[in-house]
Design a binder for this molecule. Structure first.
Ligand code: HEM
Ligand code: NFK
Length: 430
């Protein structure tokens, strides 16, 4: 019988220490000077964007080969750089630019094919592979301050904070992966004490994630997020009203003709975080609809394969349901489910604060961007509040017992600035 804890995580580009984040620090600059042309533009991206000179720079860029990329880390770095340049090129114009320069489109598609990921701005491009590890801080790196972001659209600490908060959440989750694998084995072996210890670790992990999510406002204002950064995170799918009715054209040759493809992609989103989807899979929560599944196509190929493997292996929920008389395990499982519900509840409030409130104010858009004409849509393209409420409610309904009217945040007794104070009667009703 396969023991899941014996899986070689490396086969899935995963680490027992950092999860879906790379264990070794990402390449901060492609070492071969041949790629200086890309790197120099990326380094100057904030200035080229504010001075509106990015277009000319990229349209006169020669087409470089990907043949001189060596390690996996170099391919990832190339992907990050080209994703930022493509997003900058498209959205640093009003209306947005509908055709990518060949010198971006061709290598971006090559590196994306190599990494089995979509050729656009993704969670991997902005977060997973766009981080620097401070050499003074060893593993585990779990706080936003333990990371820096490498590429940025603006010269602002606020943009960096937006990325590193997600990265820290991902890092905290990563450490749970070996325990998740052990829990699958523990269920096979009917070892309830190991199952309980996994569920306790899960609860503690999600508590930490909520506290970190709640730190977004330490260094990120809603005006900056909504008006300065978010326009560059947009996708090209269902964006007719924002000026991209057919998506974006990726030319295949320098002839300037019609050879190439129109491609439409969802924008970057944390829905593309493999760890968050993994939590649902391990807990046996089935999110409805195609969006979450489609987001797997925006993850790096090996991570997507790992999720598929875990989907086939997920056994915790039927096991807990079968333990009809083991109230200890059942309540602990429910506590874990309610923590995940609380995470999604806090996230809903983040979305209200960073999108709904600024969208409601009639502020002039800085930088002359075309306003998003559908303020209710996320960069991923969802009808966001409806979608996010559904994922939260589906999570909560996975509880074994019924908690009538209980507020998941209170049930989870989280100290959360957005969601209110810690209740006095912690989890007494569970
Ligand atoms: C300013 C910060 C953030 C905003 C405005 C925001 C907004 C959104 C929106 C609008 C969606 C809907 C999908 C789409 O159409 O794009 C979404 C999805 C999602 N976001 Fe965020 N998000 C933020 C930060 C985060 C962070 C730090 C996390 C990390 C836990 C996160 C986790 C998720 C998840 C997991 C989903 C998928 C839905 C689900 O699984 O429930 N978001 N986000
Ligand atoms: N879906 C979000 C954006 C978002 O969540 C996101 C976009 C790019 C990289 C990371 C993201 N998520 C959280 O850090 C929005 O609609 O603004």
């Amino acid at each position: 019988m396969t023991r899941f804890c014996d899986i070689n995580l490396d086969d899935y580009c995963l680490s027992a220490v950092s999860g879906f984040l790379p264990e070794r620090p990402p390449v901060e600059r492609l070492p071969n000077p041949y790629y200086d042309l890309w790197e120099d533009i990326c380094c100057d991206l904030p200035l080229l964007i504010t001075s509106e000179r990015l277009k000319d720079k990229l349209e006169s860029l020669p087409l470089l080969s990907t043949a001189l990329l060596n390690t996996k880390e170099e391919w990832r770095r190339a992907y990050v750089v080209l994703s930022f340049l493509s997003q900058g090129y498209i959205w640093n114009g009003n209306p947005p630019r509908r055709k990518l320069p060949v010198a971006i489109a061709v290598p971006l598609r090559k590196v994306s094919e190599y990494l089995a990921i979509q050729p656009c701005g993704t969670f991997a491009a902005y977060c997973l592979w766009n981080i620097g590890y401070s050499p003074t801080i060893g593993n585990p790196r779990l706080n936003p301050d333990d990371f820096v972001s490498l590429c940025k659209f603006t010269d602002s600490k606020e943009e960096e904070w937006f990325y590193v908060v997600s990265v820290a959440i991902e890092a905290q989750g990563g450490r749970l992966i070996p325990k998740m694998l052990d829990a699958i084995d523990a269920v096979e072996e009917n070892d309830t004490s190991r199952v309980r210890s996994f569920l306790e670790a899960f609860v503690a992990c999600v508590d930490g994630m909520i506290i970190t999510l709640d730190r977004l406002d330490e260094n990120l204002s809603r005006e900056f997020f909504y008006h300065r950064l978010r326009p560059y995170l947009r996708g090209s799918k269902n964006m007719t009203k924002s000026g991209l009715p057919d998506g974006v054209f990726y030319p295949r040759c320098q002839c300037g003709g019609e050879e190439g493809e129109w491609l439409a992609h969802s924008g970057g989103s944390n829905a593309q975080s493999s760890f968050i989807q993994l939590m649902d899979i391990i807990m046996g929560i089935e999110q409805d609809g195609d969006f979450i599944k489609d987001m797997r196509n925006y993850m790096p190929g090996p991570h997507r394969e790992f999720l598929e493997l875990m989907k086939g292996a997920s056994n915790l929920r039927p096991y807990v349901l079968s333990l009809e008389n083991d109230l200890n395990v059942r309540r602990l499982y429910d506590e874990a489910i309610l923590r995940l519900t609380a995470l999604r509840d806090c996230h809903l409030r983040v979305v209200a604060r960073y999108i709904l409130i600024p969208a409601g104010k009639d502020l002039p858009t800085k930088g002359g961007h075309m306003p998003l004409q559908e303020p209710g849509r996320g960069t991923g393209g969802t009808d966001m509040m409806k979608f996010l409420r559904t994922t939260r409610d589906t999570t909560k309904s996975a509880c074994c017992e019924h908690y009538k009217g209980s507020n998941p945040v209170q049930a989870a007794s989280i100290i959360c600035k957005t969601c209110g104070p810690r209740p006095t009667e912690q989890t007494a009703h569970l």
